[in-house]
Structure formats: structure tokens, C-alpha cells
Design a protein around this ligand. Structure first.
Ligand code: ATP
Length: 308
């Protein structure tokens, strides 16, 4: 797989405090890379360094195989970004704003490009409506339209889901899919809205407190977060014995009243029967599937524990 972007030992200090600390991410061609982190985790700082809006304290960025800062800067021409809101003219329509940017960037056949772009981002029916009267979702779309006018190979979007309503989020998801699949764009999206990012992204990088604590593909995450069974009982040792002697399911004691039972073919019904026949009392038994939100929360608390 071709590496489109790599950051190596990237750090940024503001007033002696690390906003980013030794961050190494890898983005492959075709990825929709979800950069996850709470407010202040360092997402914007990372994206600003990649796009040369902020100078790192340490480390380097390799963009489209760049071998020097000059090549990195030059290769940025192959990317489109929306980092601090779109730079659109308030009193112009979507079409007029895009005409301006086509002229600025010397894009020929602008008529066709604008038509296709408006379709791609779902803004084709906004007519003469001025930017200042756009909804937040429409503004986001126009920002992305401006960023993709020159059909970049890499699109970088900082917190594009912020403030969008559920319909706008669904539209955003479809647009990202189109840009990724039809226009072969590799896309980086930062967000703290994990449920949405889960659906859009194909790989995730988890940032906490300026550190990258995990990079994982959606495939690996899905495999790892297979459904398991949570058993709540005060007779933990008895339940463990019954499970061990009568099943081959792997299980883990989580606390003095909880056991998690794993395995591909486990059946609640069967375990239920088994526990009852061995007079093990339990409060609750149910299936559970880890979502990105709980994975993220667990990783962060594990990371904090390890540092104690
Ligand atoms: P948010 O979603 O809130 O933007 P983020 O994950 O993008 O969060 P950053 O904006 O990168 O986080 O900020 C990371 C840390 O660096 C924060 O503690 C922030 O206060 C600090 N920081 C960012 N920019 C500056 C700056 N120009 N001067 C001083 N500190 C800064």
C-alpha cells in the first residue's frame, strides 16, 4: 500500500507545554483516516503542521514521498484543506464563489468543473442564494467544494462534523464516500464525534493529550470488537468453575461481580441453562458490542493508568 503521508517524531510545544508529543501517523492511499481526539487533544495542531500553517518544534512530515521541506511544500499542491472554516465571499452565491476560486487557481473548463463540484458536494440547487444566508451544513459543503475544485489527491478536513444536524451528517457521509470512491481522494477527517466518524472512516488514529495512542483499521477494530457476553453475578468463582468445566469459551473476570465471555459461537441460552443447572445465581446476562466510543474511552484510561 502506498504511503501518502507520514509524520515522524512530530512535536509541538506552546509556552513549554506539549500540544503534540512524538506523533507518528501513517496515511495510505485510499484511506479515509479518522483523527480522533477530545477537545485540545492536538488534532488541529497536527493538521496545521501537515499543511505548514504551524511550524513543528521537532520531527518531520513526509508528504507524497517528499524528501525535503521544499518538496513537502510543493506536494501540498496535491492537497485540498478545510481547516479554519471556508474562505468564501459573504455576498456571492456558491456558483460565484467557485468561479472566483477557479480564476484564482487558473482552472480551465471551469464551467464543467463547477457543475460537477456542486453535484459532488450536494449544492447544485442553491441557485442565487448568497453564502451569508447558507446554513452551517451548506457552508461546510461550500468549503469542501472550494478545497476539491482542483481535484486534489489528498483532502484534509478539520472537525467538519461540528454543529451539523443528523441529516447534514448523513449527507456529509455520502459526499465523503463519493470523493473517496469516485474521485480517488484520500481523506483525513478530524473529529470528536466518534459514532459518526466510525461510519465514515476506514482507519483511525487516536490522539490524547498530544500523543498518538493507537492507529487501527476499521477492519481490525470490527474484528476486535466482536460481540461478547457480560455476566453479572456475585458468585464469580462458581461461575468461572462452571464455564471452565463445561465450555471452551474464553472468559475474563472483570470485577467481583462481572465476567466477560468471548468466542464466536457462544449462546446466551446455553450459558443461562448451564448456570441455572449448577445453582449459580446471576443478576444479568446480556450481549455487548464495543463501539468506537467505549474503545476510545478504555484506551485513554489504560494510557493514563500506564503512566501512573
Ligand atoms: P479542538 O477540537 O478543541 O480544536 P484539538 O484536538 O484540535 O482541539 P489543538 O487545537 O491542536 O487541539 O490544541 C492542542 C493544545 O495546544 C491545546 O492545549 C491548546 O490549548 C494548545 N494550543 C493550540 N494552539 C495554540 C496556540 N496558538 N498557542 C498556545 N497554545 C495553543
Amino acid at each position: 500500500m502506498e504511503k501518502i503521508l507520514e509524520t515522524k517524531n512530530l512535536s509541538k510545544k506552546y509556552q513549554g507545554q506539549y500540544a503534540l508529543n512524538d506523533v507518528a501517523i501513517t496515511v495510505f492511499k485510499g484511506d479515509v483516516y479518522g483523527l480522533i481526539g477530545k477537545n485540545g487533544a492536538g488534532k488541529s495542531t497536527l493538521l496545521k503542521i501537515i499543511t505548514r500553517l504551524v511550524v513543528p518544534t521537532n520531527g518531520k512530515v513526509v508528504l507524497f514521498h517528499s524528501k525535503s521541506d521544499k518538496q513537502w511544500e510543493n506536494n501540498l499542491k496535491r492537497s485540498g484543506t478545510v481547516i479554519e472554516g471556508p474562505a468564501a465571499f459573504e455576498s456571492l452565491s456558491a456558483q460565484q464563489n467557485l468561479e472566483y476560486y477557479c480564476r484564482l487557481r487558473g482552472i480551465t473548463n471551469s464551467k464543467d468543473v463547477i457543475k460537477e463540484t456542486l453535484e459532488l458536494v450536494g449544492l447544485k440547487s442553491t441557485g442565487k442564494k448568497k453564502y451569508k444566508n447558507f446554513s452551517l451544513g451548506m457552508k461546510q459543503k461550500l468549503g469542501i467544494a472550494i478545497a476539491v475544485l482542483a481535484r486534489p489527491d489528498l483532502l484534509i478536513l478539520d472537525e467538519p462534523l461540528n454543529g451539523l444536524d443528523p441529516i447534514a451528517i448523513t449527507e456529509f457521509r455520502k459526499m465523503v464516500e463519493k470523493l473517496n470512491k469516485q474521485k480517488n481522494m484520500t481523506i483525513i477527517i478530524s473529529s470528536h464525534i466518534l459514532s459518526e466518524l466510525y461510519q465514515v472512516a476506514t482507519r483511525y488514529g487516536i490522539l490524547d493529550n498530544g500523543e498518538l495512542i493507537k492507529e487501527i483499521s476499521k477492519e481490525d477494530f470490527d474484528e476486535m470488537s466482536e460481540e461478547y457476553i457480560i455476566l453479572n453475578t456475585v458468585q464469580v468463582s462458581g461461575a468461572c468453575r462452571v464455564l471452565k468445566e463445561n465450555t471452551t469459551y474464553p472468559f475474563k473476570v472483570i470485577s467481583n461481580d462481572q465476567i466477560n465471555i468471548f468466542g464466536k459461537n457462544h449462546q446466551i441460552k446455553e450459558i443461562n441453562k448451564l448456570l441455572i443447572s449448577h445453582q449459580i445465581e446471576f443478576e444479568e446476562i446480556h450481549y455487548f458490542k464495543q463501539d468506537l466510543e467505549s474503545y476510545f474511552t478504555n484506551l485513554i484510561s489504560e494510557n493514563k493508568e500506564n503512566k501512573k
